[in-house]
Design a protein around this ligand. Structure first.
Ligand SMILES: [Zn+2]
Length: 167
């Protein structure tokens, strides 16, 4: 009797455990795949959305090869989070436009300082470097604006506010 119970109970338990284990194993696989995807998916530039090659360290600063924006990438719970660099706004802007000009081999004209001042005013007023020539404060208009990023300077010789010039 006792032997019979013992043999019955473990076999039932064994059966239900196998099913439960299988479900949990599948769930774990799904979760770990999702985690792995997040872990290995490259973070994107906070301005233009370009994938950023980042070193696997807790915190790094990565310059976007498309728009010249510096991104701060923080590893938080195995997920890489992108944020702005901790810079004084004028320095951040100057670094960005210089890097963008360098990446595209563009030059500046004598209106450069004037445009920089207008961009800084926009930053003060609206929180980011929105193009002074544009009326909408949307991400596409953050300097270097979307048209400039996709090659307007190549076509027109300069960007809309005459900051970047084709050589
Ligand atoms: Zn970018």
């Amino acid at each position: 009797m006792r032997n019979g119970e013992r043999s019955r109970v473990p076999s039932e338990t064994h059966y239900s455990n196998t099913v439960t284990d299988e479900i949990f194993r599948k769930l774990r696989t799904l979760i770990s795949l999702k985690e792995r995807r997040i872990m290995f998916e490259l973070p994107r530039c906070r301005l233009c959305g370009q994938s950023l090659e980042t070193p696997a360290v807790a915190e790094s600063e990565v310059t976007c090869k498309v728009c010249g924006t510096k991104n701060r990438v923080i590893l938080s719970k195995n997920v890489r989070v992108v944020s702005g660099v901790l810079r004084e706004p004028e320095l951040e802007l100057r670094e960005r436009i210089e890097e963008f000009a360098r990446l595209r081999n563009y030059t500046f004209s004598e209106v450069k300082e004037h445009v920089i001042q207008s961009l800084l005013e926009k930053r003060d007023k609206y929180g980011d470097f929105y193009c002074p020539c544009k009326t909408k404060e949307v991400v596409e208009n953050i300097c270097p604006c979307e048209e400039t990023r996709v090659g307007d300077v190549e076509v027109n010789g300069c960007c809309g506010c005459c900051l970047f010039w084709k050589r």
